[in-house]
Design a protein around this ligand. Structure first.
Ligand code: PLP
Length: 492
């Protein structure tokens, strides 16, 4: 017996290397799978249970919410797919019913510019995925941003933003909003200390992108939320690039989240859309001097006071009743349906986007024809600790790099692409490339471009879900065309 034990223990010391390596690999894979599950955010347990229409579940995860939240089945037909309610108007039972709807005294629909049942499913679904109760879907990401910021900043007030923004958001903030009396102050960096320095008594919100487009910087959401809250103002986060599959800003203290649904959420490059999501946590009523629009009677709505009437839903209710109703950037129900189709598969697409981008980044990083690669997923990247904190260690598929040869090298590379599309879009299932200096950021001065993280040679890639080797082969031949040097290296 003792000899048997001895020989068994001796055997454990002579496990051949291949078996040892195989076992280590299996263990590592298991760890990765488990930790991936842990990383995928489990909704807040404080939220109510999740109803499937067939019963109430404990809270479910984002992958499941993306398929089920906000819709069980059509009450009229028991259809399982979300019906497209392609209608402009809704019948009133009688004059009193119509009046009650217009007075916002009862729930229901009046006119599709203000609300539509298909859009409402999208609103409930994305709100659930962001860990919130209320959302408002609109016709584009820009409309969502404009409505969200003008809902809380009156002329004469200001917003404070990090400098790394999507080009058109930058244009809105630097030029359009000041033209209507809302000033926007740009911090010198996205460091929360720099952001805090430019907040004053007239500041009404702090703004950032969770993953900056195209800079790729990761916002330190918790610290930015602390800064904003210290000054009695909300933090607004554009979560377009990260999507709630990688980051849920509300769980880190953000108050309002906006999205361009046009990108990864829709995911197929077919449909414009935007959404505003409110955590319902910002205490508007505690700051009546700063936010009178929520705390004083609104004469356009029979003297209704949003914070009293709608409580935690005041922000979205006012966005809908004031901005969507009067300026009309409504999402069509057909587009809401298309976006819902995209949202259903978001989780699996994001997994593939993330993994493909990791491989492409490795290829570019090692390539002598490439001057620099900005991919926050590299463990030595200055933002990597924020990737770990806010994105569960999974960098998005947005990355930038510079071809050797400056502006001309960038243009030659761009013109030589065959598979990767030359577009200004991102977040399509297809791989996309953009040359920001000549397109999205063209309106900026060189100094503004630099602050936004854009160099003359910068190429922004949005890595799609094609076979990764095909993407790399296309980049390889375009680099060749740009630099006329062949790199035969294999990248795994
Ligand atoms: N926010 C970000 C981060 C974006 O990248 C974009 C567009 O690229 C937008 C907002 C604007 O979205 P839309 O094109 O849907 O108006």
């Amino acid at each position: 017996m003792a000899a048997g034990v001895a020989s068994a223990s001796r055997r454990t010391h002579i496990v051949p290397w291949p078996i040892f390596l195989w076992t280590t690999g299996v263990l590592w894979h298991t760890y990765e799978t488990l930790s991936d599950r842990q990383r995928n955010p489990v909704p807040d347990d404080s939220l109510p249970g999740f109803s499937t229409g067939q019963g109430v579940l404990r809270q479910v995860r984002n992958e499941t919410l993306a398929l089920h939240a906000g819709f069980d089945m059509d009450p009229a037909t028991r259809a399982i797919a979300v019906p497209i309610y392609q209608t402009v108007a809704y019948g009133f039972e009688n004059a009193e019913h119509g009046a009650a709807l217009f007075n916002l005294e009862v729930d229901g629909y009046r006119y599709s510019r203000i609300g539509n049942p298909t859009n409402a499913v999208l609103e409930r679904r994305v709100a659930a995925m962001e860990g919130a109760e209320e959302a408002l879907a609109v016709s584009s990401g820009q409309a969502a941003i404009y409505y969200a910021v003008s809902n809380l900043a009156e002329p004469g007030r200001n917003l404070v933003t990090v400098p790394q923004l999507y080009g058109t958001t930058h244009s809105m903030f630097a030029h359009f909003l000041p033209g209507i009396g809302i000033n926007v102050r740009f911090a010198v960096s996205d460091d929360p200390t720099d952001v805090e320095q430019i907040i004053d008594d007239d500041t009404r919100a702090v703004y950032c992108e969770s993953v900056g487009n195209p800079a790729g910087n990761i916002a330190d959401i918790s610290r930015l939320a602390d800064v904003a809250h210290r000054h009695g103002i909300p933090l607004i986060v554009d979560n377009t690039v990260a999507t709630p599959m990688l980051c849920r800003p509300i769980s880190f203290g953000a108050d309002i989240v906006v999205h361009s649904l046009t990108k990864f959420m829709g995911g197929h490059g077919t449909t414009l859309g935007g959404i505003i999501i409110d955590s319902g946590r910002f205490p508007w009523a505690s700051h009546p001097g700063r936010f009178p629009m929520f705390c004083e009677p609104d004469q356009s709505y029979h003297g209704l006071t949003y914070s009293k009437h709608f409580g935690p839903n005041a922000f979205i209710a006012r966005c809908r009743s004031v901005y969507l109703r009067t300026t009309g950037a409504a999402l069509s129900p057909f587009n809401a349906f298309m976006l819902l189709q995209g949202v259903e598969t978001l989780a699996v697409r994001v997994d593939r986007h993330v993994e493909n981008a990791r491989r492409v980044a490795g290829f570019l990083h090692d390539d002598p024809r490439v001057d620099w690669t900005n991919y926050v997923g590299f463990s030595d990247h200055p933002y990597f600790h924020l990737v770990e904190r806010y994105l569960g260690g999974r960098a998005s598929s947005l990355l930038t790099f510079g071809v050797k040869g400056g502006y001309d090298g960038g243009v030659q590379f761009y013109n030589a692409l065959k598979l990767v599309k030359r577009v200004v879009n991102l977040g399509d299932s297809k791989s996309l490339a953009c040359h920001p200096a000549s397109t999205t950021h063209r309106q900026m001065t060189p100094e503004e471009q630099r602050k936004a993280g854009v160099a003359p040679e910068t190429i922004r890639l949005s890595i799609g879900i094609e076979h990764v080797d095909d993407i790399i082969e296309d980049l390889d031949q375009a680099l060749d065309a740009a630099t006329t040097r062949k790199c035969a290296k294999e990248y795994q």
